[in-house]
Structure formats: C-alpha cells, structure tokens
Ligand binder design. Structure first.
Ligand SMILES: *Cc1c(COP(=O)(O)O)cnc(C)c1O
Length: 385
C-alpha cells in the first residue's frame, strides 16, 4: 500500500541482488550451494555459535531443536506465555505439552522465579519437563543466568527462542548461544530477513548434524535414496541464503538504527503521562527490534486500542503486544504459571513502527499524532474521520 507506514518491513542493504545474481550465474538455484554454507559460517562468526544449520523458518528450527533434545509425546516443555505462536506450535507438533510461564514485569521475559516454582513442583512430582524454552522478546534477552542455573540444577536442557533478538546481548554474549540450542528467524518482519528463513545453532555438533539430516528428508549418506527415519523438507534455499549473507553484513547498522528510532520515541513520548516503554535490562543490549509502548489509559486519557486506531486512520501500522499463549483458544487447556503480567502487557502494550528505513519525517508524523491525541483528543479524532 503506497504511503503506508509498516511496523517492521524488510530493509535491503543493496548488496543482496548482486549475491543473488552470483548464485544465478553459477546456477546455484538449489537447496544447497556455497551461499548456504557461507551464511551458516558468517552467522557462527557473528554470534559466536559453534555450529549452525540454516532452515526454512524459525518455526522449523524450533521443531528440530526440540527433537534434538529428545522431546517426545507426553513430555512437558516450559515456555514463555508472552510470545508468538511460532514458539509453541512446534511443541504441539511433537505431541508434547506446553506449560506457560508468565513474564517478569520489568523486562517482560520469562520470570525466573515462576520457572523455579514450576520446576520445583515438577521435581516433587517426579517428572521434570523435557526442555525449558525462554523467548527473548522484542530484541531483549531473557535473564539467562538464573534460568541456566536452575536448568543445570535439574538437568533440563534449554532451547532459546531468539527469533526476535538477533543482535542483542546478554552479559556480552548473544542470546541464542546460551542454552543447549538456539533458534533465529529471518521472516520478513525480523531485524534481518531472507523473506523467510531460520537458523538453528548449538554447541553440540551432533545435534546440529542430526537436524541437518532431518531437514533434508533424513536421507542416509549413501548414493541411492536410503531412509531409516522420518525426515522433513526444512532446508533453506541457496538463493535465500545469498540474501541472508548480504543482510548479515548490516546487522550492527540495523541495531544502531533501531535503537536510534527508539530514542526518538522515548524523547518525544516518554514524558507524556501514562506512557512508558519496555525497560532495557542492565545485563545487555536491547536491539529495540520493536519499540513497545505501555499505555496507562487512566493517565493518558485514551487506551492502547484508541491510539492504534488513530494511527491506523492515518495509514500507520501498529500492533498490540503478543496475546499471551495461555489466552489463546487453541492453547486454553494447558497449564499457566502466573499469567497476569502477560495479560496486562497485552491489554496496554502497543508496538510502534520500528522499521530501520523509517525517515525522520515519518517518525515525527507518528510521534506527532500520539502527542496531539494526548493534548487535543477530540480534535485529533475528528480529523481522522
Ligand atoms: C518470528 C517468530 C518465530 C517464528 O519464526 P518464523 O521464521 O516466522 O517461523 C518464533 N518465535 C518468535 C518469538 C517469533 O517472533
């Protein structure tokens, strides 16, 4: 749609086409090729992950990561409730049962205290979860030290959903590289994109090699087609990996721009009554993949939805914070530990346009609309109609 301001659209660096052309010239229009290997190599170099396999999506990466730590039918997996369904669907693919853990109120990621309660209860009952799956939300790492200590204590592997947090840091390290396995997404709205794609990383070479095999229909390494187990068609194509190679070169620029956009929102809106932003945790860099606003309707004079509709009337896309998984009809039968923090974030939270290609004028338009909504609510609404 012409002129529309999107939440987080793709932002090409300009180098993608030449790499794709190179792949075409060498006829690597295949689900294998040099760009694929290079994308994995460069991804490892950037994140410090020892091993990586590039896949068709973050969801596929999670599916294979869960298989990699042995999740089976009837097992429990403890997962953040405040997340996208892509974090949870793969648990269901395996017939396993999600146990939803609420967020902590300051930084919004999995609450280590609630996780500890849940693990203790399970330990008493004698059946621990097969995995713990913290999500690094909106560009900010979860507090991994206490989560790692607890999981080490109980011997439960951690799979990190870092789909939204490439480029962020946790005590100097990359979220996604702190557990047994980590997954990333290159969907069109993520901080870098291959239009669609994902990455599974691990320090366990075997886990990654098993995933690589499962991702290519579990073909045995013999000349004919031999299969001893059920596989998937989950490998990223070489063409898309070429896009990924170019995108990865600008990841640090993208993080800087996301943070600069956030700083503008903070400066323009942060002092208005009732508006607050997701706090940056002291333990590491928030990428501000999305800038997320919390709206106290009583103080601001309008609620989150009124702001969203007002922006929408001006052809500006904003979105409510993720609807918690324990509130989703499809997952309503599963247990949730806590839940009120995530529910209140869904009620009050609004993701603002955060695309790295946003111009200063577009940013000023968005902040101006929100500011006027506060100072002249009636006038602002009339103009929109
Ligand atoms: C985007 C996303 C996914 C899924 O990634 P896809 O590449 O779209 O499959 C999983 N978890 C979270 C938290 C995400 O934001």
């Amino acid at each position: 749609m012409a002129g529309r301001i999107y939440l987080s659209p793709p932002h090409m660096s300009g180098a993608e086409l030449s790499l794709v052309q190179q792949a075409f010239a060498e006829n690597w229009v295949a689900p294998a090729g040099p760009h694929l290997a290079q994308f994995e190599e460069h991804f490892c170099a950037y994140t410090g992950a020892p091993y990586a396999v590039a896949l068709v999506s973050g969801t596929a990466a999670l599916h294979l990561a869960l298989m990699g730590v042995g999740v089976q039918r009837g097992d429990e997996v403890m997962v953040s409730t405040l997340t996208f369904a892509g974090s949870v669907n793969p648990i269901h693919y395996l017939g396993a049962l999600p146990v939803f853990i609420d967020s902590e109120p300051r930084f919004w990621n999995m609450d280590p205290n609630l996780l500890e309660d849940a693990l203790k209860t399970r330990a008493r009952r004698g059946k621990l979860p097969r995995a713990v799956l913290p999500v690094h939300l909106y560009g900010q790492a979860a507090d991994m030290d206490p989560i790692r200590a607890m999981c080490a204590h109980y011997g439960v592997p951690i799979i990190e959903d870092a789909a939204e947090s490439l480029g962020s840091r946790y005590r100097g390290e990359h979220p996604g590289t702190l557990g047994t396995a980590g997954v990333f997404s290159f969907n069109g709205n993520k901080i870098i994109t291959t239009s669609g794609g994902g990455m599974l990383v691990s320090g366990d070479q075997r886990l990654v090699e098993v995933a690589r095999k499962l991702a290519t229909q579990a073909r045995e390494p013999v000349p004919h087609y031999e299969h001893q187990e059920i596989g998937y068609n989950y490998r990223l194509s070489n063409i898309l990996a070429a896009i990924g190679c170019a995108q990865l070169q600008v990841i640090e620029e993208r993080v800087q721009r996301k943070r600069a956009i956030h700083a503008v929102y903070q400066a323009q809106l942060g002092a208005l009554p009732g508006l607050t932003f997701q706090e940056e945790a002291p333990y590491g860099r928030h990428t501000r993949w999305l800038t997320v606003l919390r709206v106290d309707a009583a103080q601001f004079g309008m609620d989150r939805e009124q702001i969203r509709l007002h922006l929408e009337a001006h052809n500006i896309e904003s979105r409510p914070v993720w609807k918690p998984m324990h509130c989703q009809p499809v997952f309503q039968d599963y247990e949730v530990v806590g839940g009120q923090v995530a529910e209140s974030l869904f009620r009050d939270g609004l993701c603002l346009p955060s695309g790295t290609a946003l111009t200063e004028d577009q940013l000023a338009l968005v902040t101006g609309l929100v500011r006027r909504l506060h100072s002249h609510p009636a006038v602002a609404f009339l103009r929109a109609r």
